[in-house]
Design a binder for this molecule. Structure first.
Ligand SMILES: Cc1ncc(C[n+]2csc(CCO)c2C)c(N)n1
Length: 193
């Protein structure tokens, strides 16, 4: 396969529920979410989902929302990736349509930080500044910080921003993009220490 032609998006992430009952929070989220539109594999450290971008973001949001709805303080960290080199055409699920499987619209505040790595793009700082500007326009920007930007708000707005950013931060010329996200949910720290 020629490098760069695959539309596969992947997300490798871990959930870290701050509760003794962490196993049921993790397994509950993985089992209660409709993951039929993505390829998924869980191991002792993390879970990976792969497929069309629309489904990867829908499943990522739904999993996070399931974990959040337990009411426990949950942290999520993960890496979205698209493009070559380093990717393969395997484990893809690209034959799915575009109708998303998870449609729960329950509101949930999340506070998060993200970092964009537009690979092999000499103008990567322009890309990053443009996407931070987009966060401000969409009303989800929280704060500037070293090595990341703070994004917060309702989970649906935050994930909509991340999906939009992931679309815009790569191009036909620069297909390979990495985006790291960490989220904190139901934290007693929200709104101050
Ligand atoms: C999304 C996600 N996937 C896998 C793990 C790793 N992990 C830690 S505890 C546990 C359940 C008991 O085996 C699993 C699978 C994680 N933390 N978050």
């Amino acid at each position: 396969m020629q490098c760069g032609l695959s539309p596969i998006v992947g997300f490798r992430f871990s959930l870290h529920p701050m509760t003794n009952d962490f196993i049921s929070v993790i397994k509950g989220a993985l089992q209660e979410t409709d993951t039929s539109n993505v390829w998924m594999h869980t191991d002792d450290v993390s879970t990976v989902i792969r497929g069309k971008q629309v489904h990867v973001f829908n499943v990522a949001k739904a999993l996070t929302l399931h974990a959040a709805k337990t009411g426990e303080h949950v942290a999520l960290s993960g890496t979205f990736s698209a493009g070559c080199p380093g990717d393969t055409s395997g484990d893809a699920y690209l034959d799915k349509g575009d109708n998303v499987a998870n449609t729960d619209t329950t509101k949930q505040y999340v506070s998060s930080q993200f970092a964009l790595y537009p690979m092999n793009n000499p103008n990567y700082m322009d890309v990053i500044y443009r996407e931070v500007e987009r966060a401000k326009e969409l009303g989800v920007f929280n704060e500037s910080m070293h090595y990341a930007s703070g994004i917060h708000g309702d989970i649906h707005d935050v994930f909509a921003f991340y999906e939009e950013t992931f679309t815009h931060a790569r191009s036909e010329e620069h297909k390979h993009l990495v985006m790291t996200v960490s989220m904190s949910i139901n934290s007693p720290s929200h709104g101050g220490l």
